[in-house]
Design a binder for this molecule. Structure first.
Ligand code: IMP
Ligand code: MG
Length: 178
């Protein structure tokens, strides 16, 4: 692994991410054939880069929306609570929804989102997640589409993901070394 001047360790480079996201986008697109509108919901802030790269490959009959959530985290760990920041104004009833998330860690956030859109009468709810961190799972949940899975429990930054709002702008994914 490459040591960087940030004190971060590179996990996935920009080109590897680009290729994997493109591959995942094609897989998703093949399942949603484009005959019906697909509402892609970006979960802010962490998913903004993944979302932007993913939806570029979807082509026709796609709409986009943004939801902002805040999960109560104690340092690098989930404390279990999920709160919505602001109002989600987009009608969801009768729609096929793809939730686009950065990370599934404890699973509380994804569980909240799936329930949220089902309650609003979505026709179907699926999820695409950039990174699966299976080690801290507190609820039994799995994303329908996953770009990468961490084999060890790591705290990661870059490609939209932050630590104290920093590093989101980096095009690669890094492990944060304290
Ligand atoms: P969950 O509700 O515990 O599944 O947490 C999901 C949220 O926690 C993600 O959407 C991230 O915003 C944040 N998160 C979890 N692990 C990491 C990490 O390693 N780096 C940055 N953010 C993380
Ligand atoms: Mg998030």
């Amino acid at each position: 692994m490459i040591k960087t001047p940030y004190g971060l360790q590179l996990l996935y480079g920009a080109e590897e991410i680009r290729r994997r996201v493109q591959e995942l986008a094609r897989e998703i697109r093949a399942d949603f054939d484009g005959s019906k509108e697909l509402l892609c919901v970006c979960v802010l802030k962490g998913a903004f880069m993944f979302f932007s790269d993913l939806v570029k490959h979807f082509g026709d009959n796609v709409t986009t929306a943004f939801i902002r959530l805040s999960s109560y985290r104690d340092g690098q760990k989930s404390a279990g609570g999920v709160r919505q920041v602001g109002r989600f104004a987009e009608p969801a009833a009768g729609k096929d929804i793809l939730i686009v998330e950065d990370i599934v860690d404890s699973g509380f956030t994804l569980q909240y989102l799936i329930r949220y859109f089902k309650k609003r009468g979505a026709a179907s709810v699926r999820s695409a997640c950039f990174l699966d961190k299976p080690h801290n799972r507190a609820v039994k949940i799995k994303s329908d589409y996953t770009a990468f899975t961490l084999s060890e429990n790591r705290f990661v930054v870059g490609y939209g993901l932050d630590y104290a709002q920093k590093y989101r702008n980096l095009p690669e994914l890094y492990e944060l070394k304290a």
